[in-house]
Design a binder for this molecule. Structure first.
Ligand SMILES: Nc1ncnc2c1ncn2[C@@H]1O[C@H](COP(=O)(O)O)[C@@H](OP(=O)(O)O)[C@H]1O
Ligand SMILES: [Mg+2]
Length: 255
């Protein structure tokens, strides 16, 4: 019998939202511990962080939600998820290279999807001491920032195109979760990505962004769907509603 089933009878009951938030926060604390005093650095730091966060999250989900399926960047894909309505889509450490370099642009993504749509989601940015969850979102600032957040590894053609069309200044941040939360915080008006990603990179961030009242879609404007047979989800936009039409119109010229 595995640990999850053995413990199930006496574990406290948490709502899906509380569970998502507790996991995002707890995994963040583990990752801060892994980075303690820079006793590990570089590749070893990232590898240990990925593995320890994955192991703890998997055990917690087995314990508290033994009947739910899981899709994780750090675990083999189990096709049982394709027969499940409730699937946790998780990235135990998004922004592994930034984490390994000792910067604060990294995140933990925990999303419960129901029928392929983000439901109870949480994103933690442990280096910044921030936790975002779908049921507690601060109002967006009234003023637009006039900025677009982009990857540290180059803006990409699509985001550069939109930034130019709308006159947005670009600034670079590592990690998909950290970029999406920059829009949720109002530090950027848009995050446009066309260069390749997987469902775990954007599912929880999109859940939180939608709850914050932001527009989220594929670059062609269609809905973002999760728990698909192929978890590759290479393009999406998260932006303020005030600029949604202009963003999608400019993308329609190239996409
Ligand atoms: N072209 C691409 N193909 C696959 N994954 C990509 C990608 N571009 C970005 N990603 C993933 O998206 C996350 C954010 O990347 P970036 O900060 O460069 O925008 C990273 O996740 P991980 O750190 O979890 O691997 C990265 O691996
Ligand atoms: Mg990732």
């Amino acid at each position: 019998m595995d640990a999850g089933r053995r413990l199930r009878s006496n574990v406290p009951r948490h709502s899906d939202l509380d569970l998502a938030a507790h996991i995002a926060e707890g995994a963040g604390r583990i990752l801060l511990g892994v980075r303690h005093q820079r006793l590990l650095t570089g590749r070893a730091l990232g590898d240990v962080g990925d593995a320890m966060a994955q192991q703890w999250i998997a055990a917690v989900l087995r314990t508290h939600r033994p009947d739910d399926a899981v899709l994780s960047e750090e675990a083999p894909d189990d096709p049982v998820r394709l027969r499940s309505r409730r699937v946790w889509v998780i990235d135990p450490l998004d922004g592994t290279s930034e984490f390994s370099r000792g910067t604060d642009d990294w995140a933990v993504h925990i999303a419960l999807t129901v029928d392929g749509r983000p439901d109870a989601c949480a994103v933690s940015l442990p280096g910044r001491g921030e936790l975002y969850r779908t049921d507690v979102v601060d109002p967006l600032p009234d003023e637009l920032s006039g900025r677009m957040v982009t990857s540290l590894y180059g803006a990409g053609y699509e985001s550069a195109w939109v930034a130019r069309a709308l006159g947005l200044r670009m600034f670079a941040v590592g990690s998909a979760g950290a970029k999406a939360m920059a829009v949720v915080r109002g530090a950027a008006d848009a995050y446009v990505h066309g260069g390749g990603q997987y469902e775990w990179d954007n599912c929880a961030p999109v859940g939180v962004a939608e709850a914050a009242g932001l527009h989220c879609s594929r670059l062609d404007g269609s809905a973002l769907l999760y728990n698909r047979p192929d978890p590759y989800l290479p393009d999406f936009v998260i932006c303020r509603m005030e600029i949604r039409d202009r963003v999608l119109e400019s993308l329609a010229q190239i996409w």
